[in-house]
Design a protein around this ligand. Structure first.
Ligand SMILES: [Zn+2]
Length: 255
């Protein structure tokens, strides 16, 4: 269950602002007392006792009190152990869900928090709504010893990355892999292999990582999604995503 504005808590504490995270400058974990110190910038403050998480969304990370620093959540994903990685990803996702999902998709009624589980209910029509996950595929395509990377027109414009996209309604993840690669680059792939997943709570994606082999076709980029794409040597790539993402692990053969 979600508790708003908790008055005490002894679990893992997070102070986040969009894709950034406030940490103690000395490397120690944030405590509930720290959240109280940072609280004047809070726009949302929640706890989820079942998962031992307390999380605060800040309006900004400027002019923080002495003793605090800012790092990206992505950097923390690279540094944290799996259990802490889960807590941070869930904190980020729940803050986004709680602040943005306020009205019933079924009838438009104002939603209230359930007190038996992490969900909201609509007192008007009775529907219960849980935090959502949007599944995406992310794919490393190999052609001999070359890998297929693309530069996105909107996000991370300075780096080449593995190709990715949302799974569409009715699709299996493997079908989504084949469709996405063909749509974005004109390349047909085969031997699609599942490699693992990563929560990517910006705001609510679950990344399903795959590898695939080149089957046929010449690169022809879909210009509203990619500005460029090409085959690169895995050990001699252009700028690629920083550590902390599943794209990094795919490109560097870590999964
Ligand atoms: Zn409703």
């Amino acid at each position: 269950m979600i508790i708003e504005n908790p008055t005490e808590f002894s679990g893992k504490c997070f102070a986040l602002q969009n894709r950034d995270r406030v940490v103690k400058a000395d490397g120690a974990e944030l405590t509930f007392a720290d959240l109280k110190v940072l609280g004047e910038k809070a726009v949302c403050f929640i706890a989820e006792p079942e998962n031992n998480i307390c999380a605060m969304e800040l309006s900004s990370t400027e002019d923080l009190p002495e003793g605090y620093a800012v790092k990206t959540i992505r950097q923390s994903f690279f540094e944290l152990a799996a259990e802490d990685d889960f807590s941070l990803a869930r904190a980020r996702a729940l803050l986004s869900w709680h602040t943005s999902f306020k009205f019933c998709p079924n009838c438009g009624g104002k939603l209230l928090l359930r007190d038996v589980e992490t969900a909201k209910y609509c007192p008007t029509c009775g529907k219960i709504h849980f935090p959502r996950i949007e599944p995406c595929v992310i794919v490393l395509v190999r052609k001999g010893d070359k890998i297929l990377l693309g530069r996105h027109v909107q996000r991370n414009q300075d780096v080449y990355s593995t190709l990715a996209g949302f799974i569409e309604v009715g699709e299996t993840s493997e079908r989504a892999v084949a469709r996405e690669i063909f749509e974005e680059t004109g390349i047909r792939v085969k031997n699609i292999q599942f490699k693992g997943t990563q929560s990517w709570p910006f705001p609510d994606q679950l990344m399903l990582a795959f590898t695939a082999e080149y089957e046929s076709g010449e690169i022809k980029v879909k210009e509203d999604e990619l500005s460029a794409a090409g085959w690169f040597d895995a050990d001699n790539c252009p700028a690629t995503p920083a550590p902390g993402s599943v794209a990094y692990r795919l490109i560097h053969n870590l999964i």
